[in-house]
Every structure is written in C-alpha cells, then in structure tokens.
Design a protein around this ligand. Sequence first.
Ligand code: PGA
Ligand code: ZN
Length: 418
Amino acid sequence: MKIDYVKARQVFDSRGNPTVEAEIKAGKIIERAIVASGASTGSNEAIELRDKETAFKGKGVLKAVSNINKKINSKLKGMGISAQKEIDSAMLELDGTENKSVLGANAVVSVSMAAARAGAKAKEIPLYQYLGELAGNKKFVLPVPQMNVLNGGKHAGLENDIQERMICPIGAKTFNEAMQISTEIYHILKSLMKKKFGSVAGLIGDEGGFVAQIKNEEEKLELILKAVEEAGYLDKVSLAIDCASSEFFKDGNYFIGEKKFSAGELTDFYSELTEKFNIYSIEDGMAEEDWIGWKQLTAKLGNKIQIVGDDLLVTNIKFIEKAIKEKSCNALLLKVNQIGSVTESIESANLSFKSNWNVVVSHRSGETEDSFIADLAVGLGAGQSKFGAPVRSDRNAKYNQLLRIEEALGKNAVFGKK
Ligand code: PGA
Ligand code: ZN
C-alpha cells in the first residue's frame, strides 16, 4: 500500500500551546498523530520548530505544518506505508541537519508516528505489535508506571526544586491492579494535602500531580509515603524522583530550597533519600553538562538503584554511547520527540537494552490525547513508563490504552519491570 498524501494542521496541547498534528493516507487508511512538548527541555534535543511571530507569543507551528504539507508530502508520496525505516530516512535526508532544524523535529516526528500507525493498519496488526516488529522484540510487556503525584520545578512554577516525585506500583501483578493502587493512593494524597494546606492544595501541576507548599524535600516524600501507607500498599509501591537538576545547577553547584550542594554532597543527599523513602529510581540527578557528577552518582548508587538519563541523553545514540562508555547512568528515559523519529527512538532503546540498561518510555509535560507512547512501551517490552499522574485525559489516554492492550493480550499479558 502506497502513501497518497501527508498533511498537517495546527492543534493544541494540554498547556494550550499550538502543536502539530500529522495525517497520512494510504489507500483506505487514514491515520493521525500529535506531538507533545517539553518545558524543562534538554539543550541537545532535536529542534522543535516554532514560528517566532506575534501569534501565540511566537509559539505557533505553522512553519512546521507547511513543511509537512509541501516538502515532506512531495518526498513521501508513493512510498510503501509499511516501510517505516525508509520513510524516516527519507525525512532525515530531506532535512539534512543533525538536529532536524530545517523541517523541525515536530514536523518529522508527527509524520513518523502517523506513518507507524498507518503501517500497522496496513498489516492489520496492533500498533504495539508493529512497533515490536520494528524493534525486533516479541516479548510484549505492560510497563510499571512511574506516576508523578507531587509536581515541582518548572511544571509547578517553582524554582530550586526537584521536579517530580513518583509512585511506582512495582509489586502489582497486572497493569490493571497497578492502576487501582495508584489511583487509590492519589485520592488519599489529595485529601492529606487538603487537610494540611486547605482546599487549594487539591489543585494540580502540568503532569497532574499536586503542588506542595512545603520547602523541605523530606517532608514532601514523607507525605507521599503516608498516602501509600494509608492506602495499604507499602509492600507494593516504591518511589522514584526526577530531579531535572539542570534547572537548579548554577556555576558548578546545585540549589535545592535554601540549600547549596556540590555534586558530591548532592550524591550523599540522594543516597539518604533513597534509604529513607524506598526510592528505586533517580532521573537527571545531575545537570546535563556535569558529566563528572553523573559518573560519581552512578559509581555510588548505580549498583543499588536505577540512574536515569533524560536531559543528559536526549534519546540520542551519540550521548547514550558516551554515557555507556563513561558509566554515567544505567537507564534511558525515552522521549520520541526528543530525537524526532520512531526509527531513531527504537535504535536508542535497543542500544540501551544491549548495554543492559533499563528503558523508561516517557511523555512530555505538555501532552495531548495521542496515546502512541503506550503502544511503544509495550512494543519495546521496556517494562517501565512515565506518563504522569493518573488524572486528566492527556495522561489517562495513555493509561487507558495500556488497559486495552492488557485486555487484548489476555493470558499472554506480562506486567512489570525487566
Ligand atoms: P518536560 O519534563 O517534558 O517538561 O521536559 C519531563 C521530564 O523532565 O522528564
Ligand atoms: Zn526528566
């Protein structure tokens, strides 16, 4: 089946910002995909093309839309719809830059995802299976969700703050049970927040978690563990944090709340938190440029817990290879729009698996109703996802899709971390 056309339109994300929706037609098949967008972005991410004109305070994406309608459409028209690699390479060739700055990563990735959907349809198989085939993986796994229930940093308008505190129902037997555990904890946390800080404490940040008016990190984590305990799930739930520490790294030091840390002191601080609060995973514990700090952190904690690189790696093979060589971390945070195509995302995941790293498939803080990454997590057999709190449909679109996939897999459904 051949591609008849590719076209695009400007739609809106969960923060009310413009984003790109691509549409692809091949025979009777029409499929779409929408791009997510980050706030605490890594500086080496592929370029998200914004119009930089007066409309939407410069955030319009009509140039990316036009690149799809004109250049990408002419290039892809007539290609086989199930040739994902060729489709992605054709777009990379057309762009011709390392960071997709000509066409825009938002243009390329939306078409890439829509093409994968259409490719799966043409083969009459589910998207997760199609993505699994592209990755050479046959073991479909429902991921343990890392759910960000207490938002901070840029997602909550706070400075010098750890960005995400997540509950992870590692001890659940199924994804279904993981959802029950997580939502029960979420609701208890909401009432604890309201009891402590009044009704406004029930309001939420960009990823659906609450925003605590607490300065002290330990107090925040204690509150979450209290909710876990009250819900009766202390034996099934571990915690994870995403520090997004590039945001509080200044002149070689880290600033959290009122405190200043060197990389070594910060490592000791994380080590204490890990012991005290049953933390199994720390993401972006060090800043993206602090490769020495990363190495120290992994040397100290990497044999006990998961050390995840997000801004450090930007889902890019070049940085993943460096981090493998330097033992900078032991897990990849995989964000499709960070690198800008499905094929490259799969390559990044496979390189990580080959090095015995874990892979966490992730959303962005600005999300949409598109649930592509739910299928991707299952298709890769990654075993872990990071899609935000289990509220608001931009996040629950992914969780609901995982529930459907688990149901479809039936007795063959496998849940859990690698
Ligand atoms: P972002 O945040 O989507 O705003 O970059 C998510 C993360 O840091 O993991
Ligand atoms: Zn992150």
